[in-house]
Every structure is written in C-alpha cells, then in structure tokens.
Design a protein around this ligand. Structure first.
Ligand SMILES: *Cc1c(COP(=O)(O)O)cnc(C)c1O
Length: 404
C-alpha cells in the first residue's frame, strides 16, 4: 500500500488567496451589481512592453523554420540571457557575479520553493513574520518545520523574526542561530525595505554563524531610494553566504509568461561542496529549461528600448502606489511601504483584525485587499493593498475608502 508524504497534511487551512477568492466570489454572487475592485493579489495588469512583444514575435518566427528552430534549451539557460543578466543586474552595479553563476528558470516562486531541497532536512530556517508564504509552506512539505501551533499560527522548528511598525519592519538578528535565513527586500507583503548597511549586518552574521541567506529580490526594480541595495551582492562577503532569487514577473510583467533566475556564487560552499554544483545537478535532473521564446523575451528586458519601456511601466505602478499611500493617509490611516515597492501596508483601524477589515472593505467599499494575518502572526492588525491595478481603478478604490 502506498503512503503519501504526510507532511502535506500538516499544512493548515487553504492557501490565502483561494480563501480570498472564495469570499469575493460569494460576495459577488450575493451582490451582482457591486463593482468590485481588486487590489489584493500581487498580479500585474499592464500588457507586456512593445520591445518584449517584438522579441516574442521574432522568436516565434524562428521556431517556424528548421534553420532557426530551437529544441531543448540548455539546462541552466541560454548564454545570451545569462550574459545580459550578469552584465545588467550585477556587473554594471559593481557586483562580482558571472554568467555561469546564473541559473535561468520559469520563475522565483518555483525557485524559492525548490531551493530548500539541496539542504539537509535538519537545517533550521528563519523567516520574517509576516512572510511570503511559499518559503514556509515548502519547508513544511519537506518536513523541516516541526509541529504547527494553530493558536499561535507558528511552527515549532521555525525561527520567526517579527517585522512590525515597532522595529520599522526590519528584522532583528535572531536569538537562536538559524542555518537558512529567508530575506525579501523590498518586502512582500509590507512594501518596506532595508538599507545596504542593514543588509551588510545580515551578511556578516550569516558568514559568522555559517548560515545561508536566501535573498528574494523580486521587487528590486521598484527601488527608488539611494541607500537601498538592489542585490545582496552589493554587500561585502555575500559571495560566501547568499543565494539570490530574481523574477521577471514584477519588473517586466511576466507573471503569465514565466521567467526568473537564481544566482549561486561558486564561493558558497559547505565544506568543499559548492551549492552551485548541487543546484546545477538539480536543474539538470529535474528541469528542462525555460522556453527559448520566453528567454528571448527576457533578453529584450535588457535592451535599450526594453529598459526605457519598463521604467515607464514601473513608474505607472508606483504612481498608483502614491495614490494609495497618500489617499489612505488623508483618510487618517497609518500607512507603510509604497516607496520602494508596489505594496502598501496599513494598520487596520479601530483595532479590527485583518480579516474583519477585509470584510469591512469588501462590503462597504467593494475593495479587495489582503489580510496581513495571512502572511504570519505578526501581520495581524495589518492589511496589504497592491499598486498593480489600473490607475483608474486605483483612484476609484481610494476615493471609496476615503468616503467610508
Ligand atoms: C511575486 C513574487 C515572486 C515572483 O514569483 P514568480 O514565480 O517569478 O512569478 C517571488 N517572490 C515574491 C516575494 C513575490 O512576491
């Protein structure tokens, strides 16, 4: 008789966004005339930029001709894309990362979920609280997190690093020493970030205690302030302690197109074993490469035209962020984020719980956001709105909230 991986059964409740979708669907059925505005899930809404569309068309045509047809992609990604990434995202910023340390994939969610399998099940993970749920849930599936405490919403073998208004949403070094530290800046869900000096403290700490930092830079393109690092490799010593995850989803609208990459420097070792070798082996065995067409589209992200167009696209969303941030402030809310990230994180008013505020906004304003408690116990009492809607919807939603 087969047995299942019963770690899956330990996962509590259903995925946050399916719960939200069910609530919104139920409300919509009961109120068919309601004009619901969704500022909940972190999905982009603007079309792919023209430079990317051109690259896609060109690549599709290549696939139609035997002379230019492409079959399986190289396991770790096409050289043209890895070179463009190494140059634009790293070398031009003074980061010492080479093309052969870059692993192209179909997205950062998959990589952030899969990366844990090259580590022993005995490793202890540390996560920010609130946190992008994928980091924790994939470690639950692997059997690395111990026992769940439903009342506290925490796992016995996970180190939680609370990020709240009290510490300016910056995690403090944990008292208990972790083996793997997940960091995401600019942060989803709080929309806040840390300075380069603050990140350097984490890099120094990881090197000192022999931990690995898994640094999720999915929102790097939204950074507007000078002293905020675009990459963990801007910090000295990061080559021996940090893995970095990138996505084309938020900077270039690839949420449905699917492309991302992971960086593992060759200096990152456990004894004399390079993590780079393990991930290369994993990629080669379990993954057959992101599609050629999509990697060509990814290359266009780094073209002059692509860069200019995407700068505008990011500016479009950040204009929404400003509308949300300032509108909520005017309405008397306590608001965070929205300056270096497309997320606004607000304190729920009148001591409402996150889900109470969710229901209140849905019913009174027909606006959908995301309850902070869905991202971890320290998210209770907070609420996330995204800047990924259309400008018109964003303005309309904030007007409704102002008039509550
Ligand atoms: C959106 C997001 C990603 C990107 O995931 P993709 O799979 O590349 O679409 C990664 N990490 C965080 C924290 C995100 O919010």
């Amino acid at each position: 008789m087969f047995k299942i991986n019963d770690n899956y059964l330990k996962l509590p409740g259903s995925y946050l966004f399916s719960t939200i979708a069910k609530k919104v669907a139920a409300y919509g059925e009961a109120h068919p005339d309601a004009q619901i505005i969704r500022l909940g899930i972190g999905d982009v809404t603007q079309p792919l930029a023209p430079a990317i569309i051109d690259a896609l068309h060109g690549a599709v045509d290549e696939m139609a001709d035997a002379k230019t047809f492409h079959g399986y992609a190289p396991d770790l990604g096409y050289e043209f894309l890895r070179n463009a990434i190494a140059k634009n995202d790293y070398q031009d910023r003074g980061c010492d990362i080479s093309a052969d340390e870059i692993f192209v994939s179909d997205g950062a969610k998959c990589d952030s979920g899969n990366i844990q399998e090259i580590f022993s099940v005995d490793n202890k993970i540390a996560v920010c609280d609130p946190v992008y749920p994928v980091y924790v849930d994939t470690n639950v599936m692997a059997g690395r997190t111990g026992v769940y405490d439903p009342a506290a919403g925490t796992w016995s073998d996970v180190i939680y690093m609370p990020c709240t208004a009290e510490n300016n949403f910056t995690p403090e070094l944990p008292k208990e020493t972790p083996d793997i530290i997940y960091l995401c800046f600019p942060n989803n869900p709080t929309g806040t970030t840390i300075t380069k000096d603050q990140l350097q403290v984490w890099v120094d700490y990881a090197n000192k205690v022999g931990a690995v930092i898994i640094y999720d830079a999915a929102y790097e393109a939204y950074i507007s302030e000078e002293d905020v690092p675009h990459s963990v490799y801007e910090c000295e010593g990061a080559r021996t302690c940090a893995i970095e995850l990138h996505s084309f989803s938020k900077n270039a609208g690839f949420t449905g197109t699917r492309l991302g990459y992971t960086v593992i420097p060759k200096d990152l070792k456990c004894g004399d074993v390079m993590l780079h070798s393990l991930w290369a082996r994993r990629h080669g065995t379990k993954y057959n490469g992101a599609p050629y067409i999509i990697q060509k589209a990814g290359e266009a992200v780094y073209s002059e035209a692509g860069k200019a167009q995407l700068k505008e696209q990011v500016a479009y969303y950040m204009k929404n962020a400003k509308v949300i941030y300032e509108g909520l402030k005017e309405a008397g809310h306590t608001v965070f984020g929205g300056v270096n990230a497309p997320y606004i994180w607000l304190k729920t008013p009148d001591k409402m719980t996150s889900w109470e505020f969710f229901d209140y906004l849905l019913e009174k304003a027909n606006v959908v956001g995301t309850p902070g408690s869905g991202f971890g116990p320290s998210g209770e009492g907070y609420f996330r709105l995204t800047a990924f809607g259309s400008y018109e919807n964003t303005v309309a939603a904030i007007e409704r909230i102002k008039h509550l």
